[in-house]
Write a protein that binds this ligand. Structure first.
Ligand SMILES: Nc1ncnc2c1ncn2[C@@H]1O[C@H](COP(=O)(O)OP(=O)(O)OP(=O)(O)O)[C@@H](O)[C@H]1O
Length: 256
C-alpha cells in the first residue's frame, strides 16, 4: 500500500456566519500534497489560504469534506507533534531565549526539553544562529526571528510543516536569502511542506507544486508543477524559464 498523502483536503467547505454576514470562505476545496513534497499555496487576499491552513492544523472546524494529515485526522496530527507551524509574525515569546523559544513545542506536547538539548543545538545551527542560543528575541533582526520560528517549527521532527507567509515582513533581498535557506532546511528535514505566500517568485523558487486559489468561494483552481532541478540556486530568479513560469501562474491567478 502506498504511503498516505502528507496533506489531503478533499472537498472541504467552510462558511463563516456572524453579525448578519455570511462568508463562504472555502467551497469544495481539494488539495493533495504527496509525502516529502513542497507545495506553495497562492491566491488573492481573502481567498481562504489561512482558513485552509488552520483547518489542516485542526485549529478551525470545517463544515464538510475530509482532512487527513499524514493519514491522520488533523487535530490528532497536531496533538501528536506530527505537524510543525511557522507564522508571519514569528510569534516568539520575548522573555524567553532563542533556545527556550525553540523548545516551546516540546513543552506544549508535555515532553521534557532537557532531553532534547542536542536537537535544539542542531536546529539553531541549521538555521544559522549558532552562538545566539541565549539571546532574547528583542536582540535579533526580523530575519533572525523568522529563522528561530522555523527552527521551532522543526523541533518535534514534524512530518508535515505548515508556513503562513513566514517571510512576509522581510525586504526582497532578505526574503530571497531566506528562500535559499528554507530550501536547504526543508530538504534536510524530509518533511511535507505547505507554504502560504503572496509571492509568485517565492512559490516557484521553493515549491514542487504551486496550488493557485481563487476567491468567492475559495477553492484551488489549478496546480502547476515546477520542473526546476534541486538544489535551486539564486540565479534561478533571473532565468528566462523561471520568468515564463511565473508569468503563466500570474495569468491563472488574475483569471486571464
Ligand atoms: N474568524 C472569521 N470570522 C469570519 N470571517 C472570517 C474569519 N476568518 C476569515 N474570515 C473570512 O474568510 C475569508 C478567507 O479569509 P482568510 O484569512 O482565510 O484568507 P487569506 O487568503 O488567508 O487572506 P490573506 O491573503 O489576506 O491573509 C475572508 O473573506 C475573511 O474575511
Amino acid at each position: 500500500m502506498s504511503e498516505p498523502a502528507g496533506i489531503l483536503l478533499r472537498s472541504v467547505s467552510k462558511t463563516y456566519r456572524g453579525r448578519g454576514k455570511v462568508v463562504e470562505a472555502l467551497k469544495e476545496m481539494n488539495l493533495e500534497c504527496p509525502p516529502g513534497s513542497f507545495t506553495a499555496l497562492i491566491g488573492p487576499s481573502g481567498c481562504g489560504k489561512s482558513t485552509a491552513m488552520r483547518i489542516a492544523l485542526g485549529l478551525e472546524s470545517h463544515d464538510a469534506g475530509e482532512v487527513r494529515i499524514a493519514g491522520q485526522p488533523s487535530a490528532t496530527a497536531t496533538a501528536g507533534g506530527v505537524t510543525g507551524v511557522a507564522f508571519q509574525d514569528a510569534a516568539l515569546l520575548p522573555w524567553r531565549s532563542v533556545a527556550k523559544n525553540v523548545a516551546l513545542p516540546l513543552e506544549v506536547l508535555g515532553r521534557n526539553p532537557s532531553r532534547y538539548n542536542t536537537e535544539i543545538s542542531h536546529l539553531i545551527e541549521l538555521v544559522g544562529l549558532k552562538g545566539y542560543e541565549k539571546a532574547l528575541p528583542g536582540e535579533l533582526s526580523g530575519g533572525m526571528r523568522q529563522r528561530v520560528s522555523i527552527a521551532r517549527s522543526l523541533i518535534t521532527s514534524p512530518k508535515v510543516l505548515f508556513m503562513d507567509e513566514p517571510f512576509g515582513a522581510l525586504d526582497q533581498i532578505r526574503r530571497r536569502q531566506m528562500n535559499v535557506e528554507l530550501q536547504r532546511i526543508w530538504s534536510e528535514s524530509e518533511s511535507t511542506a505547505l507554504l502560504v505566500t503572496h509571492g509568485i517568485d517565492e512559490a516557484v523558487f521553493l515549491a514542487d507544486y504551486v496550488a493557485i486559489m481563487h476567491a468567492n468561494p475559495g477553492r484551488v483552481i489549478d496546480i502547476v508543477e515546477v520542473p526546476f532541478a534541486r538544489p535551486r540556486h539564486p540565479d534561478l530568479f533571473s532565468d528566462p524559464e523561471f520568468h515564463a513560469l511565473t508569468d503563466r501562474i500570474a495569468k491563472v491567478l488574475h483569471g486571464e
